[in-house]
Design a protein around this ligand. Sequence first.
Ligand SMILES: Cc1ncc(COP(=O)(O)O)c(C=O)c1O
Length: 393
Amino acid sequence: MDLRNIFLRHVAQTSPAPLLTQIVKARGMYLHTADGQQILDLISGIGVSALGHCHPAIVHAVQSQAEKYLHTMVYGEFVLSPQVQLAKKLVDLLPSSLDSVYFVNSGAEAVEGALKLAKKITGRYEIVACRNAYHGSTHGAMSLMSSEIYTGPFRPLLPMVRFIDYNEPVQLDTITDQTAAVIMETVQAESGIHPPENNYLVKVQNRCKETGSLFILDEIQCAYGRTGHFFAFEKYDVVPDILLLAKGMGGGMPIGAFVSSQENMSKLANSPALGHITTFGGHPVNCAAALATLEVIDSEKLIKGLPTKIDLFRQHLPHPYIQEIREGGLWFALDLGDAQLLQRVVREAADEGLLIDWFLFNDHSLRVAPPLIISPDEIIKACKILHHILDRC
Ligand SMILES: Cc1ncc(COP(=O)(O)O)c(C=O)c1O
């Protein structure tokens, strides 16, 4: 059996139609396949490879930490330099109320930790979430998903989750003094990129303050420069009580975090102690990679360079078959208005060496979310290939 068949036979599948591209190497903006194709990556492994693939600084950080020590002890007991340095560097970038970092393994685990923390702080258990948001696939995170198609077969989920529509301030009175927390993405991603409008997040934060509910912002997909700011909330004049990070954080290695005040976080260490336990959370190799990611974003001035790149996409993306372009930064949803057309475009793009896809809750908009390192020439090349395919389809 060749690798593809062994994959299909023995690696658990998540869909009936996986892409089946066999990757042998990945560098910078490109994935290299077993049949010699170079694929220009316009989706960053869904928001992960902000620095492109195998950035030398990340590879070096991983290698040198691997030579010192790997896993030593369940998270939270030993003082491990990569963890400590990463926590310090992160809190130095954040407002003073976000000064304590709980490291976990993934986005969904960050969501789980945040929900537990909110319940422990408030003594309440009702959660308000937004329709068409995606926060992860574990039971707690999945309870925040409004789509019955995805959640139906896995019920019962968490009780007392109320849904509101994102960007609809009239619905904010659903948040009451029974609400432990309101959780939303700073920019809603999987509905097909919807940034907050008309001070929406400020209104949510104010309502949370009025009701004593915690304000959780999920920046698992939109932090680390994606919106043109390091943290997306910086753009919208709010500060969450709990901030969630993952994806781009590790520069390609698996790591996540929930961040809050030290006072809040202490609730997970007392009555009972070990309120959240994770064996591998904050793995030293992954923390070293995450630390290198912060250093590269800073030293290569990646965020400063984004407005020019965003402008270039704005100039070169429009096409008669694209009905609407929604923009969240170096992050676009190209609405084709037709799911079948989109599927054809994605397939033909892959054949032409361009990796794009759609959104979980929006099957007629193309996702464009390239690594932040994309060059002006690569932007123009990607738009040309896309237009060529759209003309043909
Ligand atoms: C906004 C958001 N939150 C949470 C998650 C879950 O992250 P993970 O897949 O690492 O569990 C995702 C993943 O796509 C996401 O986009």
